[in-house]
Ligand binder design. Structure first.
Ligand SMILES: NC(=O)c1ccc[n+]([C@@H]2O[C@H](COP(=O)([O-])OP(=O)(O)OC[C@H]3O[C@@H](n4cnc5c(N)ncnc54)[C@H](OP(=O)(O)O)[C@@H]3O)[C@@H](O)[C@H]2O)c1
Length: 259
């Protein structure tokens, strides 16, 4: 027997998502909009999800490939099931489901955090992702990919963001548990945790000089994330190159969590 590793005849192409059927939540603007472009340009069919249908149409109009639009709320069980069924009806299946919809309301300490705001953040960011994963798992009969958008704030919280940090830390625990639960169905579950990206959600932080300084001081690469920086991690996770990766967190953060 040879003591050399067996070299396969071919290797999967990293990020090859041609022909994949991808559901993408939070696709009306921000990071979701850019992921829609990245997947569509890479040859995937994308089913876009957000509450504001006008935004979805705007995004869809600029995409080169097949698109479906689903206007609704990720907190709604029946809506998630309708997205799954509608995608299967149109395209015959779902290969990847990216739970990216998220909110981050006004920063406040615990005494100033309205309990309803706390519930909203957990409902959208965590429960919404669970309901998406649940709907996806039902229709991914031939295996598939679940990808959650987490945040570096799930690992290193910032002041006044308890609900947001809890929701994103919760996503990591949930992804690991679901990775175990869904492995036998051939479904992998991973988290992409972006650092600080220039997007509408981060506008409040970017306009605060002190906060921006602290963000840049912590980010080893000393800059905000640019649109082109993020998509590679998602494309990788959705491609055959990531077949053996599950329960992982990819921090796309310019080294923010290093220091
Ligand atoms: N920007 C950053 O620097 C950064 C860093 C780390 C992590 N993240 C995470 O990345 C994700 C996207 O953030 P972003 O910066 O792109 O935010 P954004 O610009 O505010 O976009 C959020 C998207 O989610 C949708 N959405 C919000 N609540 C929803 C709901 N209940 N049901 C369905 N769709 C909903 C929004 O559309 P509607 O309001 O029309 O529904 C919108 O399309 C979030 O999970 C966020 O936590 C962002």
């Amino acid at each position: 027997m040879s003591d050399r590793i067996e070299i396969p005849p071919t290797f999967p192409t990293v990020g090859d998502v041609r022909g994949k059927r991808v559901v993408l939540t939070g696709a009306g603007r921000g990071l979701g909009e850019l992921l829609a472009h990245a997947f569509s340009r890479a040859g995937a069919s994308v089913a876009l999800v957000a509450r504001t249908e006008r935004d979805l149409k705007t995004v869809a109009d600029t995409l080169p490939g097949p698109v479906l639009l689903f206007g609704g709320d990720v907190r709604d069980v029946a809506f998630n099931d309708a997205v799954a069924d509608g995608t299967v009806e149109a395209w015959g299946g779902v290969d990847a489901w990216i739970c990216n919809a998220g909110i981050s309301p006004v920063v406040a300490g615990p005494l100033k955090t309205d309990p309803d705001v706390w519930r909203d953040v957990i409902d959208v960011n965590l429960t919404g992702a669970f309901l998406g994963a649940r709907a996806a798992a039902r229709v991914m009969t031939a295996g598939g990919r679940l990808i959650f958008t987490g945040s570096v704030l799930g690992e290193r919280p910032a002041r006044g963001l308890a609900a947001y940090s809890a929701s994103k830390a919760g996503l990591v625990g949930m992804a690991k548990a679901l990775a175990l639960d869904l492995a036998s169905a051939g479904i992998t579950v991973n988290v992409v945790a972006p650092g600080w990206f220039d997007s509408p959600l981060a506008a409040g932080w970017k306009s605060n000089d002190r906060l921006e300084r602290s963000i840049l001081d912590h980010t080893a690469l000393q800059r905000w994330g640019r649109p082109g920086d993020l998509a590679g991690a998602y494309l990788f996770l959705a491609s055959a190159a990531a077949d053996f990766l599950t329960g992982a967190v990819l921090n796309v953060d310019g080294g923010y969590l290093l220091k």
